[in-house]
Design a protein around this ligand. Structure first.
Ligand code: HEM
Length: 503
């Protein structure tokens, strides 16, 4: 009997979820709505296709339905809108749309912090101002130096562990991912904090990864997550604890100092629990490292797969950094590394499924620059799929996936180098973008200066295949991904050190 009731309940729920978008269309539609594309699979809808390859999936709809269409995903309507000029000049400026509510929900569900602390408008404005004040200028230079010092410290510690010229085998993404985590943490939280983390168990990098996994499961509101993934959630708690009682004036950056003072100030401390403060600070290191680490690894992979690009970068380093000096962290030197910067942009362009989004606060209509109208219901997410631009054959040639390392260096016969939008746009555009590019430049430079690396499981055929398309994991959804499942071992490397004074 119980089984029959359960089956009926599941069928009723599946039918409801399947029909809900169609019922909503009958009752809540607004004028000028774009075409709605219904998925015939209940529960997961288009989720599987999005997980597999969102770029191909959305691109196929764009080619079929044009610049605007609507799909239903994770109980939300997503209005894809490939009209950059209207997005930049009208959507970002419209008071009917905002990303604030989405960011609040992402923090409340993703980080599991209390709503009151992230909903407070003063806190929102002050933290936004802090990002833009403390991740640029003089403070950026301090961060650059600390990141560089940490990278050197990581390789020296590793070199000391074994015999100096011994060859070792590791996974490229895990190995350099851990380097980048310590480097990002050193920049933001200071040297003493990093020493503590290097010596603590469980391993800081492992906790960082599980923190990301738990936030992803919470953000996507996967049912029974804390039961089915109990240990992942325990690790998140453990990770957050490492940030819950930071010692101030202990070498932390101005950004972290200012956030800590704000959260603990007499005026606002009633809004925050100890967990909230730890989770928000842990969230910053996650935002700072998750994309930077993975994108630096893919940039390195592309260089190793394209010897002409690697040669050009080595030449550029030779011309700009004297062999006796490792002072690559000063802003003049970093700014001179144009070929390396082009390589990084090109790697990110051809894999990263970045978008920019705004949510409708009320039923509204956007009038596009071409005079077409797009009707939005309250709650609709309007998404500018930046990756469609990054794969536009008009901008990037007939084979837009192709890696051209010097694509972003202006050629004499071009009016300007092509533009990309890798870090979002508008007031919430990534404030860490300068630090991110500098960090990737420094990691790659340090590797070229001090390491010899070779893939151990990648055949020549694999290399040819990956030059055509990298096996990128799109399932991460809220961040960039490493190699897709089953391909991790292809990125195992053997490495040894050179030109390294480990005393
Ligand atoms: C390759 C590395 C990185 C990529 C691809 C990246 C990308 C992005 C994107 C796409 C956004 C959303 C922008 C929008 O909504 O329009 C964002 C926001 C943000 N990023 Fe980054 N980011 C990177 C590195 C960093 C670093 C190093 C930091 C340093 C702390 C950082 C801090 C942030 C913060 C705090 C926000 C939220 C800003 C806000 O709410 O206004 N990111 N990032």
């Amino acid at each position: 009997m119980l089984l029959i009731l359960l089956t009926i309940a599941i069928i009723a729920l599946a039918t409801y979820l399947y029909l809900k978008p169609l019922i909503d269309n009958l009752f809540y539609s607004v004028p000028h709505e774009p075409k709605y594309i219904h998925s015939y699979i209940p529960f997961i809808g288009f989720g599987l296709k999005m997980f597999k390859d969102p770029i191909e999936f959305i691109r196929s709809f764009y080619l079929k339905y044009g610049k605007t269409f609507v799909i239903y995903l994770a109980s939300k309507r997503w209005v894809y809108f490939y009209d950059e000029q209207t997005f930049l000049t009208k959507v970002l400026k419209s008071s009917d749309l905002s990303i604030d509510e989405f960011i609040i929900d992402a923090s409340v569900y993703g980080l599991s912090v209390s709503r009151q602390c992230v909903e407070n408008e003063d806190i929102q404005q002050i933290t936004l101002k802090q990002y833009h004040q403390y991740l640029i200028g003089d403070e950026l230079e301090i961060l650059n130096k600390r990141v560089h010092d940490s990278l050197i410290e990581s390789i020296k510690l590793d070199a000391k562990k074994g015999q100096d010229n011994q060859t070792r085998i590791v996974n490229l993404f895990d190995y350099f991912g851990e380097f980048m985590l310590y480097a990002g943490a050193e920049g933001l939280f200071g040297h003493s904090f990093v020493i503590e983390q290097r010596n603590a168990t469980p391993n800081f990098y492992k906790l960082f990864q599980e923190f990301g996994d738990a936030c992803r499961l919470s953000f996507l509101r996967i049912p029974f997550r804390s039961i089915l993934h109990k240990s992942t959630f325990q690790s998140r708690l453990e990770f957050v604890k490492r940030f819950s009682s930071l010692k101030l004036n202990n070498g932390e950056s101005k950004l972290i100092h200012a956030r800590e003072e704000l959260f603990r100030s007499d005026k606002y401390k009633h809004l925050f629990s100890q967990y909230d403060i730890g989770a928000l600070q842990a969230g910053i290191i996650w935002a700072a490292v998750v994309n930077t680490a993975i994108m630096s690894c893919w940039s390195l992979v592309d260089l190793l797969l394209h010897p002409e690009a690697l040669e050009a970068v080595k030449q550029e380093l030779k011309e700009n950094i004297s062999s006796s000096s490792t002072l690559i962290y000063d802003k003049e030197t970093l700014a001179k590394l144009k070929i390396l910067e082009s390589c990084i942009n090109e790697s990110m362009r051809h894999i990263f499924n970045t978008v920019s989004a705004r949510q409708a606060k009320i039923d509204t209509i956007i009038e596009c620059l071409d005079k077409t109208k797009v009707g939005l219901r309250k709650g609709d997410m309007l998404v500018y799929p930046t990756f469609l631009k990054h794969f536009d054959p008009n901008l990037f040639g007939p084979n837009p996936y192709e890696y051209q390392y010097d694509r972003f260096i202006k050629k004499p016969n071009e009016p300007k180098a092509p533009s990309v939008m890798l870090f979002g746009c508008g007031p919430h555009m990534c404030p860490g973008r300068f630090l991110a590019i500098n960090e990737i430049k420094m990691l790659i430079t340090v590797i070229i200066q001090h390491m010899d690396i070779e893939f151990v499981n990648m055949t020549e055929q694999d290399k040819d295949d990956y030059r055509k398309k990298l096996p990128y994991d799109y399932t991460k959804m809220i961040s960039s991904g490493g190699p897709k499942k089953g391909y991790e071992h292809k990125f195992d490397i053997k490495y040894s050190y050179k030109n390294l004074d480990i005393e």
